[in-house]
Design a protein around this ligand. Structure first.
Ligand SMILES: [Zn+2]
Length: 431
């Protein structure tokens, strides 16, 4: 068995890993970069209308034989989750390569396509995987394991072939709503004495201590809603279903009504059967507001029919703003609120602080201030804290640790004597 990190050995984003054995080649994730070579934010729009050759030359896509262009085709792509830094280049891959993903990951990609301008993949490319259920691809036995992260339907993959074994972590955390997922992973993996662990290290070397967990964040959001006098605007990714639950619970406990937008309602509709999230239209008192842009751009007939009487118009919200917590994104200021946010609104922001430097969020903070409101960041990371990572890797007890999804691969060597950082494109045998 050999492993190659095509990209992600020294950066967060653009993850792409190849594991091969006995003539079978598996690709784990095909992500879009988040930063360019100067670590400035990567502009995904620069990929539009470019050929595969141009994108390879520009180092936007890694040069993996047969994955995007010419050469012998890999046998399968295994997707860990739907975030663009893991899935954002899938639409450029050779259409004959099957993509294995959980039902949840496929659902979130569909939602991203309909509501967040992400690229659509033909249905026939999706091959469903079931956490805990092994399947074979050529020489490999592949077992997905559920992990907790900031989108729905995430897995790690155990790959076994040639009498060797490798676990790819995908993205994960131990401070979410489902800490038992990592307990189960440890219970399954530790006894097998795996040969290699390819481990995400977003927070390695960040110097950040252990932060709050999702339940503590929910309590903070509740207090923040309780202090608000007027309309609360809630800004978070609807694909992060556990964060959606934090907002729905906090809203209920604060005695307010949760107003989902069409995107959030669609995600609720997809995941209702598999989570605590109620089906839109069935959950009183959740109401649905159809944002102006979605209404104009999308055919929302199916969603609209399912929602029925739960629908709410802006007038009703503005008549008694103190009763509602409303899902919000910056484009709504212009399209829905006529350029002026409701007086005294409180905007709670639940995403990475780095995005606040972007023009739309800079403008949004200004507009909240102009409305006499306040802007309150309330967030916890989707990635495992360094302290938890040390605990997890120690418990998994692999023969060798290979860092990925980190700007500090050398930080692994400080924690683990068996850490072997690789370079992008470097092929390494698993022994
Ligand atoms: Zn992720």
């Amino acid at each position: 068995m050999d492993v190659t990190i095509h990209r992600g050995s020294k950066e967060i984003g653009g993850s792409c890993v190849e594991v091969s054995a006995g003539g079978t080649r598996l690709i784990l994730d095909v992500g879009l970069p988040l930063v360019d070579e100067d670590r400035e934010p990567f502009d995904a729009r620069t990929t539009k209308n470019k050929s595969v050759e141009e994108l390879i030359a520009a180092k936007v896509i890694p040069n993996v034989p047969g994955l995007f262009g010419d050469g012998p085709r890999p046998d399968a792509i295994l997707l860990s989750h739907s975030h663009i830094d893991h899935a954002g280049l899938l639409h450029l891959t050779n259409p004959e390569i099957p993509i294995h993903a959980t039902k949840g990951a496929s659902q979130m990609m569909l939602a991203g396509d309909l509501f967040a301008n992400q690229e659509r993949l033909p249905k026939e490319r999706h091959h469903r995987v079931f956490p805990g259920r092994p399947f074979t691809v050529g020489a490999f036995t592949v077992t997905p394991f559920s992990v907790d992260h900031s989108t729905f339907g995430c897995v790690a993959y155990l790959l076994e072939a040639d009498g060797k074994s490798l676990l790819y972590s995908g993205d994960l955390r131990w401070h979410g709503r489902k800490p038992e997922m990592l307990q189960n992973l440890v219970g399954s993996i530790a006894p097998r004495k795996i040969d290699a662990l390819v481990m995400e290290g977003t927070h390695v070397g960040s110097g950040r201590g252990k932060g709050k967990n999702e339940y503590e964040l929910e309590a903070e959001i509740l207090a923040t809603i309780r202090e608000a006098k007027k309309l609360v605007l809630a800004s978070f990714s609807p694909q992060d279903v556990d964060r959606l639950l934090s907002y729905m619970n906090a809203t209920r406990d604060a005695g307010r009504v949760f107003v989902a937008d069409a995107y959030t309602a669609f995600v609720m509709h997809l995941v209702a059967g598999d989570t605590e999230v109620p089906r839109p239209g069935e959950a009183d008192p959740v109401r649905i507001y159809f944002n102006a842009t979605f209404q104009k751009k999308r055919n929302l007939q199916t969603v609209a029919e399912k929602i029925g009487k739960s629908r709410i118009e802006l007038d009703e919200i503005l008549q008694s703003p103190e009763r509602f917590v409303m899902v919000f994104r910056p484009s709504m200021t212009r399209h829905d609120f006529g350029g002026r946010l409701p007086a005294g609104c409180r905007c709670i922001y639940s995403a990475w602080r780095g995005y606040l430097e972007k023009p739309d969020w800079m403008e949004c903070q200004k507009q909240v201030a102009e409305a006499g409101g306040d802007f309150v960041p309330r967030h916890t990371s989707g990635h495992i804290y360094e302290e938890d990572l040390v605990d997890l890797v120690t418990k998994l007890n692999p023969k060798r640790v290979i860092p990925i999804h980190t700007f500090e691969p050398g930080g692994f060597s400080r924690h683990f004597p068996n850490a072997t950082p690789l370079n992008d494109g470097e092929r390494s045998p698993i022994e």
